[in-house]
Design a binder for this molecule. Structure first.
Ligand SMILES: [Zn+2]
Length: 424
């Protein structure tokens, strides 16, 4: 089906140029957009027309590091012990939660996260999943949920040794099955301190076999570096480099908070992308980084805190002011870098036919020259009115139209209660 958006003010996401135009949007992962002076007199059937008079149309958003598995955590019972450090947070909160997930709960988590992503203007999600006692089929379950909502995705399972060899091998097997079936994905790893040398070697071999990268948390907390020094006599990025992990195409290293100068050089000289997740770093109290010397392959994620990239971007901006004196243009570049990552690595689902329509009735004038001021201080997800994913309208007038929102949330609540009962 062809979609027309009439009376739009289109903002080019790269040049920030404003163009008043009608837009023809063609569907599919290979589709695109065409500017029209006026709509054709006779429209081919089937066709959909959206009137965007007074609204702004621009490229939709992407999330560079998400964890749908955390969706049902909101409001959950307090942990058995109040965490005193990052390892306690993992042991008493996240590893307790992810061990209790079953496939139904994973489906509910993925659907609810995808719903929020869609309503917040995100059409491409890079997810890092964990459910150690229900690994088989987990990636396929998430894929199906994302497809139901209409999001493009790049998935992985966070393989590790934390629950023993058998579970490690199940993680490797699920990843292999998923990649073998032709799905876009990474070979996921939890973090250096939970991944032994055999596990790391197997993961890198698998990534090479399917010509993809690894997706791993790197030096999120200082304890990851301490563990690496003690056990491998080197720092985390050096360890990943020495095992061949920096030469893979399309790898993502999440966080990278505690790196020394040599590790930054290794990163700069590699093809690796860094995913920055400021709110999560603040929430876990693991420290904050100055990313100035990390090269220009930095994108932003939510780390499963929520599904709102405009919110993540604002947080990264305010933190970046203190740590690195970041500019409007600097933070906008990081927000938009995910499009570069996807293109560079030949993943599908992020063509020009991925759009948001913003109902942003600004109190001051907005144009190409001052757009970034509005982007940082004005525009937020409440202005996302409609969302088009690969040419398909998935949100219109702030309502999900690709699936039933009420059913998704009611299913999530049901699964949330089931999970919480297992946690206590
Ligand atoms: Zn993460």
């Amino acid at each position: 089906m062809t979609l027309y958006i009439k009376n739009a003010t289109f903002i080019d996401w790269q040049t920030l140029k404003f163009t008043k135009t009608d837009i023809e949007v063609s569907g599919g992962k290979d589709g695109g957009i065409k500017f029209l002076d006026t709509l054709p007199a006779v429209l081919a059937d089937p066709v959909k027309v959206i009137d965007a008079r007074g609204k702004f149309v621009t490229r939709s958003f992407g999330c560079g590091h998400h964890h749908i598995y955390s969706t049902l955590a909101r409001g959950m019972p307090a942990p058995a012990k109040t965490p005193e450090n990052f390892l306690d947070i993992l042991n008493y909160i996240w590893w307790h939660l992810d061990k209790n997930l079953d496939l139904e709960m994973i489906k509910a988590s993925a659907l609810a996260s995808a719903l929020y992503c869609a309503k917040n203007g995100i059409t491409f999600v890079i997810d890092h999943h964990a459910s150690p006692f229900n690994i088989e089929g987990s990636l396929f379950t998430i894929k199906e949920a994302f497809n139901t909502i209409g999001l493009s995705h790049l998935l992985c399972y966070e393989i590790s040794d934390r629950d023993g060899e058998k579970i490690r091998d199940k993680g490797l097997a699920e990843t292999k099955n998923y990649l073998k079936a032709g799905n876009p994905g990474h070979v996921g790893l939890h973090a250096s301190f939970t991944v032994g040398n055999t596990c790391l070697d197997k993961a890198i071999t698998l990534a090479r076999e399917y010509d993809t990268g690894i997706h791993i948390h790197v030096a999120e907390d200082l304890s990851d570096q301490d563990h690496c020094q003690k056990n491998y006599n080197r720092r985390v990025v050096q360890r990943l480099h020495d095992s061949g992990g920096l030469g893979l195409q399309g790898s993502i290293f999440g966080h990278c908070i505690h790196l020394d100068e040599n590790e930054k050089v290794l990163l700069r000289n590699s093809k690796v992308w860094v995913a920055q997740n400021v709110e999560s770093n603040l929430n876990n109290n693991v420290g904050l980084a100055n990313f100035t010397d990390y090269g220009n392959r930095i994108m932003l994620g939510t780390d499963g805190m929520h599904s709102d990239m405009l919110r993540s971007t604002k947080a990264a901006f305010y933190q970046g002011l203190g740590t690195e004196g970041i500019s409007f243009a600097g933070i906008y570049e990081r927000f938009r870098n995910i499009h570069r990552f996807i293109k560079e690595n030949n993943f599908q689902g992020d063509n020009d036919n991925n759009l948001v329509i913003l109902d942003y009735n600004a109190p001051t004038q907005m144009n190409q020259d001052n757009f970034l001021g509005h982007f940082v201080y004005g525009i937020d997800s409440s202005h996302v009115e409609s969302v088009i994913s690969s040419g398909r309208v998935i949100v219109q007038d702030k309502k999900l139209v690709s699936a039933n929102e009420e059913e998704i949330l009611s299913f999530a609540r049901e699964m949330g209660s089931k999970l919480w009962e297992k946690l206590t």
